[in-house]
Design a protein around this ligand. Sequence first.
Ligand SMILES: [Zn+2]
Length: 118
Amino acid sequence: MRSKEPKYVQEYWQKYYKTHLEQLRRRHREYNKTRPSRKHRNYTELSRKYRKNHPDRAFAQMMVYNHKIPRLSYCQFGGCDSTKNLQRAHMDYSKPLEILTFCSRHHSLIDRVYRGVD
Ligand SMILES: [Zn+2]
């Protein structure tokens, strides 16, 4: 979380970005050349791979989609009522219709703490 960093760190990065702007842009352009453009990426292949590697997740996500489960408008993490960057999370993929809504910060926290997922 960049905004949570101490002020001197923020200032360092701001300065860094300003002085290295051209260099960063160039590096970004070079990096983009090494991967297929959005248009040419094979999404069918990617989702097939995903379904193969994470059959439980893919199934749970499909169930959520098919059942049109209504979205909540706030984070369900105790003490947090953020309404921004909301994501839905399965705590247990074998119960595909049981989902919780978290803000992105608490979703990644939940993943790390409860599931050991990075
Ligand atoms: Zn939250």
